[in-house]
Design a protein around this ligand. Sequence first.
Ligand code: HEM
Length: 125
Amino acid sequence: MSAYIFQIQSTLIVLLMFYGIYHRKNRYKHIRTMKLCIIWDLLLIVQIELTRGAIVKASKALTNPAILNIHVSLAIATVLLYIVMLYTGTKLKNNNESIRPIHRFFGLTTLTVRLSTFITSFLVI
Ligand code: HEM
């Protein structure tokens, strides 16, 4: 049952991410939407951990199926990329224009990695 609730939230987060990127020129909307995405995604990880002990399960990398290890690696990469997005996004908000290409590059990387996490999550249910 809880798996469906997690998948629904995950779908909404990915859709929200597309919405926020679509509004990338509207600073107010973009920043609010992306921060909401990041916070919600982190809360989703907390929910999965509390209901399923995901961290202990994930740490058994040597015995886990390869697809689960791939999914866990993508999920960890997403969280690390969120830190990069918050850092570069704040600089850009403070009119540091030289960081724009870096924010753009990591923004598209974050979207790709988050989408891959989403797709692989259906393969490990
Ligand atoms: C996963 C999270 C995020 C993604 C995928 C993302 C993606 C993007 C992309 C693709 C652009 C357009 C860059 C360009 O082509 O010029 C952009 C612009 C921008 N982003 Fe983000 N972003 C994210 C999070 C954030 C956060 C957390 C902040 C602020 C703390 C932020 C602040 C900005 C600002 C200020 C701009 C420039 C808007 C303008 O042109 O006036 N972003 N973002």
